[in-house]
Unconditional design. Sequence first.
Length: 184
Amino acid sequence: MDLHAWITQQVDRVEAGARAELEYRRVVFEPHDGGPALTGTVTGITQTPGGLQLDVAQYGVEPRDETPAPVQPVTAVLRRCEADRRILARHRNNPVCATSCEGCGTYNDDFEPFTENLNDCPELLDLAHAHGITDEIRAGLDRPQPPESKPRNDGRLGLADILTTRPITTSDVPAALRGPHWKP
């Protein structure tokens, strides 16, 4: 698992917890007199001499008090998870160079990537920090490696094979064939 996959796993875990908490707070009260059911979200619990009192915000109705409801942090967590997923969608393995980060971009005329390895992407490292990555976890993550080129079975070379072969040098040319202005 590389850094991208680790962060995705953490975002999934946080989002599942937030959705479970939001689902846990939803309540339906059915009155004893047969009237319509009250559907809402528990926004607070107060201990009174008569027992527990639940503060419930009906859907579409704001709570009457001015204090923010505890449900709002849950929705903020869900929004943060969505923002993290957007960052993860931008900062992923570059399809051209399998180990570099596509979101970090390239520089110069040769399109050299700013981030050679996805695990070194500053954006992903910041996200990982927010999700509590430690040096031990980071050391245990896989580092994306460029794929090894495999020659074709028919003996012909493909474009990937040509680009990964060593350059041709003229150092093996016999001295008898070298001219007066020879440069190896």
